[in-house]
Ligand binder design. Structure first.
Ligand SMILES: [Ca+2]
Length: 157
């Protein structure tokens, strides 16, 4: 009974649905990936540049929105980067949202740390060079003292 009925409906569709209609069906949210800052990275500046890559194969990217931590969403149109300024030292989260032409959205986040302190702002090479210099100075200054050399007094006698 039900099978016969279904076949009739299929036949009917096959015979009548001969013209196509342009309707964009897009229930798929965009693809979104934050390029920078990278997850867990340390940014040595209070200005943090967020960059991202978005793609939507259906209706296309309509716009992006960004925000820092619990701030308000900022509509950046179709830009794929944004500078957050005056970011305080500590842990932060950048949120990026991609919205396609039909309102489907995809959000991505990345956690990072801002550290503008002078000591923490030095890279490892600089720290190593400073460390080596300090060691050399200590050896040059301290070695004669430790050896108990007193050149001026011994010569004077
Ligand atoms: Ca889409």
């Amino acid at each position: 009974m039900s099978n016969d009925h279904k076949h009739k409906l299929d036949d009917n569709n096959n015979n009548t649905a001969t013209t196509s209609v342009d309707v964009i069906v897009d229930n798929v949210p965009p693809i979104l990936s934050i390029s920078s800052p990278t997850s867990g990275s340390e940014v040595k500046s209070s200005t943090v540049t967020a960059t991202w890559i978005g793609l939507d194969a259906g209706s296309g990217i309509d716009h992006y929105e960004v925000k820092l931590d619990g701030g308000s969403w900022i509509n950046v149109m179709t830009d794929t980067s944004y500078n957050f300024t005056g970011v305080s030292d500590g842990s932060h989260t950048v949120h990026v949202k991609a919205v396609d032409g039909l309102g489907n959205s995809k959000e991505a986040i990345v956690n990072f740390t801002v550290s503008t302190g002078i000591a923490l702002g030095l890279d490892l090479t600089t720290i190593a060079i400073i460390g080596a210099v300090v060691v050399v100075v200590i050896v040059v200054v301290a070695y004669p003292i430790l050896r108990g050399r007193k050149p001026p007094t011994s010569k004077l006698k």
